[in-house]
Ligand binder design. Structure first.
Ligand code: ATP
Ligand code: MG
Length: 155
């Protein structure tokens, strides 16, 4: 699934649509450069689940946990591990595939710890976009569960 959005609000609406189709145990990878909109996307996802307070980026803490009506939401940003390494001893895999839903910024830095069946979201700036607000958002699934989520979003 590929969408071109023109504003933050549109990015967050797509995130909200994903949130509507999510269940406990699902894992979402957020790819894209610095400032592409991964945290902004997560904010829209959280809002759609009824989390009102603003999300803080967990760059230094690696993980922030939020409570929704249905399940805990784990927002991970593992950018820091790209330089420091040492991801294997942190037990981060406990956040994946269990009772909660995890969204992970910079998932490539913990590639060995990730589940097989994940939703991958990639945000990319549009070249020569003078508003600086356009993004191409790609969403795909790597297994049966995640592919069914993407199919439900496309409907
Ligand atoms: N359509 C859009 N979607 C998402 N963000 C947008 C859009 N248009 C403009 N922006 C702006 O781009 C910035 C995206 O920052 P954000 O923190 O979400 O990026 P990030 O991918 O999480 O970066 P980092 O890798 O540093 O964590 C914000 O300032 C946001 O307001
Ligand atoms: Mg971020």
């Amino acid at each position: 699934m590929r969408i071109i959005v023109k504003t933050v609000e549109e990015t967050q609406a797509i995130a909200g649509l994903l949130a509507k189709n999510i269940q406990p145990g699902d894992t979402i990878l957020l790819n894209g450069d610095l400032g592409a909109g991964k945290t902004t996307f997560t904010q829209g996802f959280a809002k759609a689940l009824g989390i009102q307070r603003p999300l803080k980026s967990p760059t230094f803490t690696l993980v922030r946990e939020y409570q929704t009506m249905r399940f805990p939401l784990y927002h991970l940003d593992v950018y820091r591990l790209g330089e420091e390494g040492g991801a294997d001893e942190l037990g981060l895999e406990d956040y994946f595939g269990r009772e909660g839903v995890a969204l992970i910024e910079w998932p490539a830095f913990i590639a060995d710890l990730l589940p097989q069946d994940v939703v991958s979201v990639t945000l990319e700036r549009v070249l020569h976009d003078e508003t600086n607000q356009q993004r191409v958002i790609d969403i795909s699934g790597s297994g049966p569960r995640s592919q069914s989520i993407v199919a439900a979003m496309e409907k």
